[in-house]
Design a protein. Structure first.
Length: 385
């Protein structure tokens, strides 16, 4: 048994396996601990659009919200413009102050503030915006109560006990919330699909690229580098179509939400999977098997910076910048649009195509800089075959 241990640890692959396991721990710990540090301290980077249609109380309410809300406040647009910004994820919630809001506060029935939240986002957005909506309603309710009490006291300074009790009941809740969700996500299982598809796709691309690299090295003495590169990329492109079909079919088989249909999801997954495969293999073309270290690093960075789990707006600037140059960010955004609804998928497609083109150029460049191995004599090649 001792000889087996000794022989086992003499093999370089054994040492590489242990080192890789340690590097996974190191890379993920450093990136995730620094990437998610201070997430809740950056809530001011989220934005709420306020549409004021009330000419009496509206201006005072808007000013109060601008002064006191922990998030950014955008004004000066109509409801259609605000909802368009919501679809594009430029704002995380729309607040509508109806035209009859002030008059409604003077009646027996409570006035209503309308809220619109886009669920086609990381789930943290919905939770945070629901909390913000409660804060807004409580603050506006306080304003309305103060206004109502002022009106009562100015007209009837000395109320009988019964009338005072009635007035107190009316004043206790003058404003209520009406929260409407757009692009509704049907369950937590669907909410996690974008992260699942991105994670499965990039890990699969990494492992496939590693095996393709081994195959390419094994054929290095028999075929030229350009032939091997061409075949490798053609097989990669074909694999992206087949693998994405399997992935999309499995999502459909398990009842996954597909707002824009099966073909749209398949097409988009084929594109981002192809981009993932080219990026993963780019590092292998550039650095050989050592490129897997870069793939591990890129995987961890993308899981943090893509917005699959936490809103990108809350990440440190460094990770937001990194996210803009890696494909997972555009894959997550486009998947949310395709699965749940939303606009701007064209921009995500363009981003993926640019990254794909850059990876292809670097692959070709790395191939051009390498030299072919000495050809194997025909007799040896025939024997190997």
């Amino acid at each position: 048994m001792g000889q087996v241990f000794k022989a086992f640890f003499k093999l370089p692959t054994t040492k590489v396996g242990i080192i890789t396991a340690v590097l996974f721990q190191l890379i993920f710990t450093v990136i995730w601990m620094t990437g998610y540090q201070g997430i809740t301290d950056r809530i001011d980077r989220l934005n709420v659009a306020i549409v004021n249609q009330d000419e009496k109380m509206g201006a005072a309410i808007v000013q109060n919200l601008q002064d006191n809300l922990p998030v950014g406040v955008k004004t000066g647009m109509d409801l259609a413009q605000a909802q368009d910004m919501l679809q594009k994820r430029e704002v995380q919630m729309v607040v509508e102050i109806p035209a009859d809001f002030a008059s409604a506060t003077q009646t027996q029935q409570p006035a209503v503030l309308n809220y619109f939240v886009n669920e086609s986002n990381p789930i943290m957005i919905k939770n945070m915006m629901t909390s913000v909506a409660d804060t807004i309603t409580a603050g506006v309710n306080k304003q309305a109560i103060a206004g109502g009490l002022t009106a009562i006291l100015s007209t009837q300074g000395n109320l009988p006990a019964e009338a005072a009790q009635s007035a107190a009941g009316v004043m206790s809740e003058r404003v209520v919330s009406n929260i409407e969700s757009v692009n509704v996500v049907q369950g937590m299982n669907n909410q996690m699909v974008p992260m699942m598809m991105v994670l499965a796709s990039y890990v699969g691309a990494m492992i496939m690229g590693q095996n393709f690299q081994v195959s390419s090295m094994a054929l290095g003495a028999r075929f030229g580098r350009w032939q091997r590169m061409a075949v490798r990329l053609i097989v990669t492109a074909a694999a992206s179509v087949v693998v994405s079909l399997v992935g999309t079919s499995l999502v459909a088989a398990f009842g996954g939400q597909m707002e824009h249909g099966f073909l749209a999801l398949w097409g988009f997954q084929a594109l981002f999977l192809l981009t993932f495969m080219f990026v993963a293999q780019m590092f292998l073309f550039l650095f050989g098997m050592a490129g897997m270290l870069f793939n591990i690093l890129v995987l961890s960075v993308q899981l943090v910076s893509s917005g699959a789990m936490m809103p990108r707006e809350l990440l440190p600037d460094f990770y937001q910048g990194l996210g803009s140059i890696f494909p997972a960010t555009y894959a997550v955004d486009g998947l949310m649009n395709t699965l749940f609804g939303g606009t701007g998928t064209g921009g995500d497609v363009a981003g993926l195509l640019i990254i794909f083109a850059v990876a292809l150029v670097l692959i070709v460049g790395a191939t051009a800089l390498r030299r072919d191995k000495a050809p194997v004599p025909p007799v040896v090649a025939a024997a190997e075959a």
